[in-house]
Design a protein around this ligand. Structure first.
Ligand SMILES: *Cc1c(COP(=O)(O)O)cnc(C)c1O
Length: 378
C-alpha cells in the first residue's frame, strides 16, 4: 500500500524562513561581519524591543525556554527546600526546569475545556499543602496552546499565600487576557523561542521578562556565571546566553508577530467553520482571552481513526502531549500530584489532537484541511 503524500505538514519552520529570507539573510550577514557573536548589541536591542513590546521594563535573553524558567526560579531564590506547583499537561520542560533549579514539583490537574491549571485545585493545595513536601514558594501557570490560564483566581490565591507566579509563556507570545498581555500578569514570565513557537529563532533561544529591575539584574548575572562584572562571580551562575545570530533573527520577526498571530486566528476560524455541526468540537475559548493558537487542538475518543483519515487526505497532525509528565518513565512514581490526581490530564492525553496551524499555510492548504475535516465529520 502506498503511504499518502503529506501536503499539509503539522509544522513548517522552513516555510517561515523562506517567506522572510531577504531580511533574515541580511540580519545574519550583519552579525557575521560584526565579529561579535555572543551578548552584544543585537541581543541588547532584542531584549529592549521585546520588553517594550510586552510592556515590561526588562527582558533577559537566554539559551532556551527551559533555561528561561530556571533563571526565573533561581532569580527569585527558589531552589532546594521549596515546592513549585505546575501542571502535568505541559511540555516536560516545565517540570524539568523546576528540578534543574533544585526545587520539588507538585503537579495539578487541568480544566478539561481549556487544558489549563485547575484554579480550584490550586486554591486547595495552597490552603492545605500535601504532607511531606517543602513549603510551596512558586506557581508556574502554563498558557498552553496559546490561551490564558484562569489568572484572576489563580493570582488571588497566590497573593493570599505569598507565593510567586512565573508565567510559562512558551506557547503564548502576544496572547492577552482582558486586554493585558500574558507575561505581564505574574512576577516574571518565561518564553521559549524554539523554531516552531509563535515567535521563533532559527535554533534554540529563550527570554525572561519582568517589571522588577532587581530580579532582572539577578537573572542577567545568573545566565553568565553569576557575573555582574566580567570574571567576577557575585553568585553561582550558569551559562545560558543568547547568541547574536538568533537575536538578529528575532529582531526581524518580532515586528511580524502580530500579523502571524492574526493569520493563525484566521486559520482557526476556518477550522471552526469546517467543524461546525460535526462530532469534533472546536477549541473552547476562555471569555476575555485572546487565543494565539500556537496549537489548534480538538479531542476525540477515536483519535487514531481521525488521524488516519486526515493523513489519507494529506494532512499531518500531532499530539501535544501523548503522555502526561507524571506518567513518563523519568518521573513516574516520584512526583507529587494534587488531590485530583491528574485525572482530567490523563483523559486529555488520550484524546487531544493538534491540527496544522502555522501562519505560512497557504489558503489552498487550509482548504485541504477544512475539506478533510468535513469528510471526517461525515
Ligand atoms: C517549548 C516549551 C518549553 C521549553 O522551551 P525550550 O525552548 O524547548 O527549552 C517550556 N514550556 C512549554 C509550555 C513549552 O511549550
Amino acid at each position: 500500500m502506498d503511504l499518502p503524500v503529506i501536503t499539509v505538514p503539522q509544522a513548517d519552520p522552513g516555510a517561515a524562513y523562506r517567506a522572510q529570507q531577504p531580511a533574515i539573510d541580511a540580519a545574519i550577514a550583519r552579525v557575521l561581519q560584526s565579529g561579535w557573536y555572543i551578548l552584544g548589541s543585537e541581543g541588547a536591542a532584542f531584549e529592549q524591543e521585546f520588553a517594550e513590546w510586552l510592556g515590561l521594563s526588562r527582558a533577559v535573553g537566554c539559551a532556551n525556554g527551559t533555561d528561561a524558567l530556571v533563571l526565573a526560579l533561581r532569580g527569585l531564590g527558589i531552589g532546594a527546600g521549596a515546592t513549585v506547583v505546575t501542571v502535568s499537561h505541559t511540555a516536560v520542560a516545565t517540570v524539568a526546569a523546576i528540578e534543574m533549579a533544585g526545587a520539588t514539583p507538585l503537579l495539578l490537574d487541568i480544566d478539561p475545556d481549556t487544558y489549563t491549571m485547575d484554579a480550584d485545585e490550586l486554591r486547595a493545595v495552597l490552603n492545605d499543602p500535601p504532607p511531606g513536601l517543602p513549603p510551596i514558594r512558586a506557581v508556574i501557570p502554563v498558557h498552553i496552546y496559546g490561551q490564558a490560564c484562569d489568572m484572576a483566581p489563580l493570582l488571588e490565591a497566590c497573593r493570599a499565600a505569598g507565593v510567586a507566579v512565573i508565567e510559562d509563556c512558551a506557547q503564548a507570545h502576544g496572547a492577552t487576557l482582558d486586554g493585558r498581555m500574558l507575561g505581564t500578569l505574574g512576577d516574571v514570565a518565561a518564553f521559549s523561542l524554539y523554531p516552531t513557537k509563535n515567535l521563533a529563532a532559527l535554533g534554540d533561544a529563550g527570554i525572561v521578562a519582568t517589571g522588577n529591575a532587581e530580579l532582572a539584574d539577578r537573572m542577567a548575572a545568573i545566565r553568565q556565571y553569576g557575573w555582574k562584572r566580567r570574571y567576577l562571580s557575585d553568585m553561582v551562575g550558569v551559562n545560558s546566553r543568547l547568541d547574536e545570530l538568533q537575536a538578529a533573527v528575532l529582531r526581524v520577526r518580532l515586528p511580524l508577530l502580530a500579523a502571524a498571530n492574526a493569520r493563525r486566528q484566521a486559520i482557526a476560524a476556518a477550522y471552526d467553520a469546517a467543524l461546525a455541526g460535526g462530532p469534533l468540537a472546536p477549541p473552547v475559548r476562555r471569555p476575555g482571552a485572546e487565543h494565539v493558537f500556537h496549537q489548534y487542538v480538538v479531542r476525540s475518543r477515536e483519535r487514531e481513526e481521525v488521524m488516519a483519515r486526515l493523513r489519507s487526505q494529506g494532512v499531518a497532525t500531532a499530539i501535544h502531549y501523548p503522555m502526561p509528565v507524571h506518567l513518563q518513565e523519568a518521573y513516574q512514581g516520584r512526583i507529587a500530584l494534587g488531590p485530583a490526581a491528574c485525572a482530567e490530564t490523563e483523559a486529555a492525553s488520550r484524546e487531544v489532537l493538534s491540527l496544522p496551524i502555522h501562519p505560512e499555510l497557504t489558503d489552498a492548504q487550509v482548504e485541504t484541511v477544512c475539506a478533510a475535516l468535513r469528510l471526517t465529520a461525515g
